[in-house]
Design a protein around this ligand. Structure first.
Ligand code: HEM
Length: 360
């Protein structure tokens, strides 16, 4: 495990740390339909190195341009307003279930051009493939992999026949093969949804437990600090050394599995003084080094702009729409998502104030 800020950055920029999962014990064995589906869906660009990675990434960055991402803002505002409008007032609500969970799925649904009726199934399958098998009913994990595979296969066929204005339709009409498109759809969904859900839930939790920060919030700094303090991805994907490497005096043999722990790097005291304090002001004047929450180097998150846009749009709208919002349980007693990769509260019980009747 690599935990220091400089060391994690060095690993992520160094091609001697390969992103291709080693073909050894622990890899899925393709001996059932579900395992074959899983093996295909996980052959995405996050699991490749240059030059394969460069080719795949170039196609996505040509589609995911800042202009096209920014154009999603009115849809994000409308989806946020729709979800907030359905939150019951004057009672206790789970803000993960009512908001942080559905918003990123709806947004990724826009990116992939998934019809609204299919979005809740997508949300459930994604939740399952992101959970450790022993936290689910028997068979549920296999079923989710197979369902995602079947669903994306037919989505690709639909987009070939009738392309929409969504970003995924543009990808379907590039040189990507059917299997590459399947893996790409899966990666966009998986990378784009759980992570953003955790950012939203953690940011609301941090603000409600640091009410002074809500007095005059400067949202870009709030979002950067939530990304740092609550790192929605606890670690990068596994890297594997292709040769012996000396990292900051430590010898790492060839073939070693290496994990860059983003959550630890983001609290490295040599880079972020008082790292455990939630202090949005530390980002004023760019006094802090760039966040590692979205990774670094060739695999730097393609969705960083979209994720920031979602948080910058949704957070102010939440606090405006729900005045008097407060925690309904002690933050120390909240349970967190199981597993090593993603980090965020499973539920976020809050109290909402009764709606104030509008006077005309
Ligand atoms: C708060 C939200 C997000 C966080 C914290 C996050 C974090 C990350 C990190 C740390 C990586 C690099 C992993 C590694 O090097 O092993 C990554 C890669 C990636 N992310 Fe995100 N992400 C977020 C949202 C999104 C969204 C919304 C999308 C898509 C719509 C997305 C798509 C991707 C893709 C495609 C990659 C792979 C890039 C490559 O392999 O070149 N992410 N993300």
């Amino acid at each position: 495990m690599v935990t220091g800020y400089d060391q994690v950055r060095a690993v992520l920029a160094d091609s001697r740390f390969s992103s291709v999962p080693p073909a050894k014990a622990g890899r899925p064995k393709a001996d059932s339909a579900a395992q074959r589906a899983r093996a295909l869906l996980t052959q995405h660009m996050l699991n490749t190195d240059a030059p394969e990675h460069t080719r795949l990434r170039r196609l996505v960055t040509a589609t995911f341009t800042p202009r096209r991402v920014d154009a999603l803002r009115p849809r994000i505002e409308a989806l946020t307003a729709g979800l907030l409008g359905r939150i019951p007032r004057g009672t206790e609500v789970d803000l993960v279930d009512a908001f942080a969970f559905p918003l990123p799925v709806l947004v990724i649904g826009e990116v992939l051009g998934v019809p609204p009726a299919d979005r809740s199934a997508l949300r459930e399958w994604t939740y399952r493939v992101g959970s450790p098998a022993d936290s689910l009913p028997p068979g549920a994990l296999d079923e989710a992999w197979s369902s995602l595979y079947t669903y994306f296969s037919s989505l690709i066929e639909d987009k070939r026949r009738t392309p929409g204005s969504d970003l995924f339709s543009s990808l379907v009409h590039t040189e990507l093969s059917h299997h590459e498109l399947l893996a790409m759809a899966f990666l966009l969904l998986f990378a784009g949804y759980e992570t953003t859900m955790n950012l939203l839930a953690s940011a609301v939790l941090l603000l409600l437990s640091h009410p002074a920060e809500l007095e005059q919030p400067y949202w870009p700094h709030v979002v950067e600090e939530a990304l740092r303090h609550a790192s929605p991805l606890e670690a990068t994907t596994w890297r594997c050394t292709v040769e012996d490497v000396r990292l900051d005096g430590t010898h790492i043999p060839a073939g070693a599995s290496v994990l860059g722990v983003l959550a630890a790097a983001s609290r490295d005291p040599s880079r972020y003084p008082e790292p455990d304090a939630f202090r949005p002001q530390r980002w004023a004047g760019s006094a802090s080094p760039p966040s590692l929450a979205f990774g670094h180097g060739p695999h730097y998150c393609i969705g960083a702009r979209l994720a920031r846009l979602e948080a910058l749009t949704a957070l102010p709208m939440i606090f405006e729409a729900l005045p008097g919002l407060r925690l309904a349980s002690d933050p120390a007693h909240l349970s967190y998502r199981p597993g090593l990769l993603v980090r965020g509260p499973r539920t976020l019980p809050v109290h909402t104030d009764p709606a104030v009747p509008t006077t005309t």
